[in-house]
Design a protein around this ligand. Sequence first.
Ligand SMILES: O=C(O)C(=O)Cc1ccccc1
Length: 285
Amino acid sequence: MTPTEKSVAYLGIPGTYTYISCTEKLPDYKLVPRPGFRECLEAVEKGEVDATLMAIENSTAGRVEAVHHLLRDTSLVITGEHFHSVKHCLLAPEGTSLDNVTEILSHEQALKQCKLFIARQGATPIPCSGTAVAAKLVAQSEGGNKAVIAAELCVELYQLSVLKRDIQDMKVNTTRFIVIQKPPQTPPPQIAGKAYGTSMLIGSNDNVDGLDVVKVFDCISAQGLTVSKMETYAGNIQIKQIYIELRCHSESDACRKACANIELITTVRPMGCYELADRPSDISA
Ligand SMILES: O=C(O)C(=O)Cc1ccccc1
């Protein structure tokens, strides 16, 4: 690695959807494999890499819960986003017949996105830490009853063959990835005509009285801002803390005023400001 070359940690080994998305979003970065989401975040925190790219939500399977929880436990911030249209393939060692497949290995996100296909096949889903690791395991397996849900790139990487393409339950199956880096990160310059997103954590997990979400949203709508994503945290019967994304730049007057007013009620932790990536035409904006 040259001293100026930047690096990005990604989930798994070559061939994961995260690996492919890194090559699309950060083509000049050196790709650094890590076995799990936690290890990717740790690599950024320890300064071993400049960034990590992680799946945060999917149009079929919803939020990637682990990422929301793990990210909250770091001091890292979001600096970018990327959309990838995920086309799953069923891959198996050469000579495997689809009729004999009884076990399907993959990452839990991919298994969720192909739930109906797996049920129709009458196969048992087997979660693995990533799609490419699952592909490697299936490639080394014997017995002719195992297959993997992975990207077609894994065919050449792990010597597998395609049993079926496009097996995701929904034709439109888009994953949103986020770029995560260490703070402080200066927000991108505000350029007219460009759209920005600002992420924040509102409230605190040790707020025994819970969070008055309606009051928080009042502060936001009073400034004419739009909430494009909201997640509550599981583990509490009462809402104590929320993660939200606003369609605005963090330095805009509206955002500053909304945050100042929310801070009169509860705590606000900035989680990053980033230029919005183009929304794929097949998902709603
Ligand atoms: O295991 C992978 O390939 C990943 O990158 C996680 C994932 C799985 C399915 C869709 C998007 C991301």
